[in-house]
Design a protein around this ligand. Structure first.
Ligand code: X2X
Length: 337
């Protein structure tokens, strides 16, 4: 009895010690940050984010505790956007188009069929167009965006019902799009019946057939396993999309300059690596998804572009974005209409 009790006390002591050490280590971090995103753990964004968080924590010598919350753990995009605006969340990656619900000017990088290739994308986003958008974000919200936008990719359309071969196939289609005025406008121009649904609810919306279609880059279709609930994939490349790495200004301004530099450098460097990963993944996935039972078809982009032109889509958004922003876009893409 005595031995047992003594043994128990000894064990309890042994257990209590490391727990105490851990507690002290956590308390020692002067700055705790939460970063949330909407993508599955399997997506390159989260591999690079985990690596980046570890580097930030190590380089700050424990002064920063940077935590990653992937896969909508903290809520969907709409929830996380309001959290990061209030400072309940410190960092958040978001499509420029969804950010459009808060900063309409940010949507300019999503113009349909604008960027012909990644050369144009990165020249524009790392150049004057990206700088213009980041200025608008910082000027009109409690947020700011880091210099290097992360990649999502060129978007393709998947359906459960039929392949999309021409713009006519989009007529009346119940297609899920992310919550963004720009996306609604684009798919209304295609005469679809778009449904705005946060990414967190997309798999189940397709599974229960609330929506018959959705559009996303292959890396997302594969890592979120949307192929399990969609049959056809039509390669439309209808727009390029990225993720601004957003920070809450007040949260970030708590840091002294040396720690700000560590955070910024690591976030931008991770973004560049994520761009490479996503490109490689997107390029290799057609064969993979075919093997998993998806049927692919290619499309003639000019037909889709003509449809948008005829619907007055480019003229409408040229007017909304204004001469300066539209000029900065066309500086990289060439004349759009
Ligand atoms: O919501 C989507 O479809 C996604 C994951 O591509 C974005 O974050 C824009």
């Amino acid at each position: 009895m005595t031995i047992t009790r003594r043994h128990l006390i000894a064990s309890a002591g042994a257990i209590a010690l490391p727990a105490l050490t851990l507690g002290q280590a956590q308390a020692a971090a002067e700055f705790s940050f939460k970063y949330g995103n909407n993508l599955p753990v399997a997506h390159p964004m989260n591999a690079r984010a985990a690596e980046m968080a570890a580097a930030i924590n190590a380089e700050s010598k424990g002064r920063i505790d940077f935590q990653v919350f992937p896969n909508n753990q903290l809520g969907n995009d709409t929830d996380m956007l309001s959290q990061v605006r209030s400072g309940a969340l410190d960092f958040f990656t978001l499509s420029p188009l969804i950010l459009g619900t808060l900063v309409p000017a940010a949507q300019v990088s999503g113009v349909g069929f604008a960027f012909k290739d990644y050369g144009q994308v990165w020249a524009a986003m790392d150049g004057d167009l990206g700088a213009h958008v980041r200025k608008q974000i910082a000027a009109s919200s409690s947020l700011f965006a880091f210099e290097k936008i992360w990649d999502n990719g060129y978007r393709q359309i998947t359906t459960g019902t039929k392949p999309i071969a021409t713009p006519d196939d989009l007529k009346g289609l119940k297609i899920r799009i992310p919550p963004s005025p720009f996306w609604v406008s684009m798919f209304k121009a295609f005469e679809s019946s778009p449904l705005t649904i946060n990414f967190a609810e997309v798999y189940s919306a397709l599974q229960t057939k609330v929506a018959d279609a959705q559009e996303n880059p292959l890396a997302i279709i594969a890592t979120a396993k949307l192929n399990e609930v969609q049959k056809f994939c039509s390669v439309t490349n209808h727009m390029w999309d990225g993720f601004w790495f957003l920070g809450n200004k007040k949260s970030f301004d708590r840091l002294p300059q040396d720690l700000k530099d560590i955070v910024s450098r690591n976030i931008n460097a991770a973004g560049l690596k994520e761009r490479d990963d996503v490109k490689k993944l997107n390029d290799g996935l057609i064969a993979d998804l075919k093997a998993k039972g998806m049927t692919f078809n290619t499309t003639d982009a000019e037909l889709f572009r003509n449809k948008l032109r005829a619907a007055g889509f480019y003229a409408e958004w040229h007017k909304k974005f204004g001469e300066e922003a539209w000029g900065l876009l066309e500086k990289y893409t060439g004349k759009l209409v």
